[in-house]
Design a protein around this ligand. Sequence first.
Ligand code: ATP
Ligand code: MG
Length: 403
Amino acid sequence: MIYDRILIRYGEISTKGRNRHLFVDKIKSSIQRVLNDFPDAKIEAGRDRMFVVLNGENGREIIERIKGIFGIQSLSPAIKTSWDLEEMKEAALNLVKKVYKEGDTFKVSARRSDKSFPLRSQEMNHTFGAHILKNVPGIKVDVHNPDIHLQIEVRKKNAAYFSCENIPGPGGLPAGSSGKAMLMLSGGIDSPVAGYLSMKRGLEIEAVHFFSPPFTSERAKEKVIQLAEILANYNGGYFTLHIVPFTEIQTLIHKQIPQNYTMTSTRRLMMRITDLLREKFSGLAIVTGESLGQVASQTLESMYAINAVTSTPVIRPLVTMDKEEIIKMAKEIGTFEISQLPYEDCCTIFVPPAPKTKPKKEKIEQFESHIDFEPLIEQAVNETETIRIKPGRKQEEEFEELF
Ligand code: ATP
Ligand code: MG
């Protein structure tokens, strides 16, 4: 690689005024976390741009590691020069020569953020364009659809950056910049996507999964752990998953609640317990994978009856999305294949033949008022197992299996 650094452009944080440095610090620490094993790479964080200076480390591998980090709008492998025009011309030419293939067209887009640089953007385009035309035989200009797009950024303190590639990042807000929420994570297609989208908006997520052995198997639990591992990829490899033993509560619901209301009650208890865990682990919201009208538990009447157990904000990133859109996104983020594995979920097992699509809040409250759930709720919270996923968990396990 002839590049000496990766240039990183921020997304929406450009609008964040005084909090800006906090956002920049968050992006920097996310990058630092995933580049632990590149000891020579150095991060330089500025107000408008961040750089990973390679110092001989592998730029392609570094790009692969960091290109999914939230808050990054785009990134480019780049070369830095001073404001010396001859040095700049040489860098531009070397870079274009390096990527040029016979018949390629090119275009130069220059910007100066420091107006004390003597050439204006247009003048730079002409100067560097002419230099390339003169020295690369056969190359032609195409301003609309060039094969090679040379971008030049002239910035303050005698620095200019040259790049030919623009790799899109995910945008969004940096990890953890919006506070903490509990994601209700099932083994289905939707909730992992809801988790991804809320993380993209800067939420720090811990997941809560309800598990009902022996009605649901160890394999079903393993599936949720695998989903959590994928979500961890979007969080520097780290993720926390709380597994709540739910068998006794579910059994009690099925004994005591009229059949067509069991699903509503199950969801209400899940939400109550999630809310207690949220409080215990200092979160401020609950995230679910609900999408309006998708199934009986997701009609507006159901949401109303279920949501009534808490005044905590419940965030539903998928609420207006169609299943097709959700599936597309699940494929893109890499959770779809795992979600599709046919392992039983604690809710599907107990689904009544005709769940109420328009449950009444007053009715379910009345049914539940005859049952003392409190001790079981307390027990479920106390017996919740917390799994902390860290980078390299997979490798460690495979290693163990070899011996
Ligand atoms: P998903 O694909 O996320 O499972 P779904 O379409 O199957 O969603 P439901 O089964 O009605 O829909 O679940 C709605 C939401 O309730 C889920 O998106 C998830 O947030 C939560 N949920 C369902 N089952 C569980 C579970 N076993 N543990 C934790 N949360 C759950
Ligand atoms: Mg489900």
